[in-house]
Design a binder for this molecule. Sequence first.
Ligand code: ACO
Length: 306
Amino acid sequence: MKAAEIIKREGLAEVVLIGNEDAIRELAAKENANIEGISIIDPSKSEKLEEYAQMFYELRKNKGVTIEQAREIVKDEIYYGTMMVKAKDADGMVSGAIHSTGDLLRPALQIIKTAPGISTVSSTFVMEVPNCEYGENGMLLFADCAVNPNPTASELASIAIATAKTAQVLCGIEPRVAMLSFSTKGSAKHELVDKVVEATKLAKEAAPELMIDGELQLDAAVVKKVGELKAPQSPVAGNANVLVFPDLQAGNIGYKLVQRFAKAEAIGPVCQGFAAPINDLSRGCSVEDIVNVVAITAVQAQGMDL
Ligand code: ACO
C-alpha cells in the first residue's frame, strides 16, 4: 500500500492493485497509506474473468488444462495479473512480497513465455555496495540469484548474455562479464569447473561483441592486482562489473552475503528473458524495494515492443 502511494505520487507508473477490495482498503487505512485514485481489481468479481479463462485454456489445453480448471486458476491474483499482461491490459507485473518466487514465476513461464530468440528466463540483482571500489564504483550486476537452480552450460551462457544486455539497457554501463568458479583459468580441475569453461566458450561464440571471460574466482574477477596475477591476458579479470554465478546455490547465497554483510542495496531480482516484464520481490523486501522494482518494470516495458 505504501509503495503504491509513493509510485503514484512520484508518477513512476500507473498502478493497479489486485486482490480483495475491502481487504486492501482496510489494510491501507490501517497502514495510513493514501491509495486514493489507484485502481483495485478483485479477480473473482472481474468482468474479464471469462475472457482470461478462455485465453488461459487455449494456452494450456495441450497440457491437459480443462476450461473448468482455467476458470478457477485465473481467479488467483498472480495468474490474473499475468493474464492482464498477456492480454495487454497491463504493461508489466510485480509480485512476490507475499508469495514465493516459484508461485510468481510458474504462471509467467506458462503464460508470458520467453521473448523471441531467448530460451532461458533468468534474473539479475543490481547491487549497490557502499564505499566499494569494485565494479562501477560499487555497482555490480549479479546473476542468476533467483530462477535457475542448476543451469546447464548452455543456460549459463544464455544467463551471461542476458545479464550483459540488462547492464547495458537498465544501467547504461559497458558490461565486463566474469563467469565465476572456484578456479581461475585452469587452476583447479573438476566437472563443476568444466561447466563454467564450456559456458564461457558458448557465450563468447554466441555474443562475440561482448566482453565475457572465465572461469574466474571472485577475487580474480574484481580485484585488479589479483586479476593481473591470476589471469593477466583477460580483458575482464580485475575489472568485472557483471558476475555470473555457476548455480543458484552460489548466486542466492552470494547476493545475500553482500547485501547483509556489506549493507549493499540489492535491487531486484530483475527478470530477464520474458516476452513482457514480470518481476519478483523477496519476501523480506522493503517499501523502497517495491518502488525500485516497479520503476525497473516500467523501464523494461518502455524498452519492449509490447
Ligand atoms: N526459462 C524458460 N522456461 C522455463 C524455465 C526457464 N528458466 N524454467 C521452466 N521453464 C518452463 C518449462 O519448460 C515449462 O514449460 P511448459 O509448461 O510450457 O512446458 C514451464 O516453464 C513450467 O515449468 P515447470 O517445470 O512446471 O516449472 P518448474 O517446476 O521447473 O518451476 C521455477 C520453474 C519456478 C522457475 C523453478 O525452477 C524454481 O522454483 N526456481 C527457484 C526459485 C527460487 O526458489 N528462488 C530462490 C528464491 S528467490 C530470492 O531469494 C529473491
